[in-house]
Design a protein around this ligand. Structure first.
Ligand SMILES: [Zn+2]
Ligand SMILES: [Zn+2]
Length: 274
């Protein structure tokens, strides 16, 4: 850790607050989703969203299934999973999500997947705001993103899941391993397939990195959306074959039932839902 003394200007809260006020006056903060000017006093999730968008992206009264991350009713039984995951084989201990993959969250995720940095940061801040304490309590040693194929890495200026993993690892102060997983085999975009076809399509598609060996560390796997869990399950198989400990998953959205059917803008996206 860097023990060098910090410059007083960077640590004086009054000066920091004053400079932030000046910056807000010169460049009024705009909502990352609707692009309307938002009042600093009413902005949330790191100032990324206006009050209305913040409310629509995440209702403060939301209840989550701890097993699959779906938003469920307040009286739903979730001790053995919820209605959305009870019959699914999920290899992770927990899933944390902002909410179900439906508008406006699905619109925001679709744009984040196309590289909109303000939304990548805003959605990740919101995910942290909701589930940060639970993620800290779970005590992950490593943060690892679901990988993209090397050809996609070459052709895109920004890999949203890498950015998500970076921001979460910084918040958790956990080690980030961007290349712990690889995806050597090309697969059909998962959103074009049924649940059974998805499992077959993605089976054995992921491998641990060439020199990756774990010693039972707890892993937080991050991805943009979890739908059937097939992709996460295959990544967990690869991680645990190389010696990792338990795995939990953090995603922006949880695709459930017909609600995860891609929207027109998802189809237009160069980055298909996983
Ligand atoms: Zn807004
Ligand atoms: Zn569930």
């Amino acid at each position: 850790m860097d023990q060098s003394p910090q410059h007083p200007k960077l640590t004086n809260p009054r000066l920091h607050g004053w400079s932030r006020t000046l910056r807000d006056w010169l460049f009024p903060p705009a909502c990352a989703l609707c692009h309307q000017e938002s009042e600093p006093s009413t902005s949330h999730a790191g100032g990324s969203f206006c009050h209305d968008c913040r409310q629509q992206l995440h209702a403060a009264s939301a209840w989550y299934c701890p097993r699959c991350g779906a938003v469920v009713g307040p009286y739903s039984a979730t001790s053995e999973g919820c209605i959305h995951c009870r019959n699914d084989r999920l290899a992770m201990q927990h899933v944390w999500s902002i909410g179900n993959y439906e508008p406006p969250l699905s619109h925001a995720i679709s744009r984040a997947k196309q590289g909109d940095l303000a939304l990548i940061q805003g959605l990740t801040e919101l995910l942290w705001e909701i589930h940060g304490p639970a993620m800290i309590a779970w005590q992950p040693d490593l943060v690892i993103p679901v990988p993209v194929q090397w050809i996609d890495r070459l052709t895109r200026s920004r890999i949203p899941t890498d950015e998500l993993a970076l921001l979460i690892s910084q918040r958790l102060q956990a080690k980030l391993l961007l290349r712990a997983l690889r995806k050597p085999r090309r697969t059909i975009p998962q959103h074009q397939l049924s649940g059974k076809e998805r499992r077959k399509n993605i089976r054995l598609a992921h491998r641990a990195g060439w020199r990756t060996r774990f010693t039972s560390q707890r892993v937080l796997l991050v991805d943009d959306v979890l739908t059937t869990g097939s992709t996460a399950n295959d990544c967990i198989r690869a991680l645990q074959a190389s010696g990792s400990g338990p795995v939990a998953v953090a995603v922006w959205g949880r695709g459930i039932g017909q609600q995860h059917t891609p929207l027109p803008q998802d189809e237009a996206s160069s980055i298909p839902p996983i």
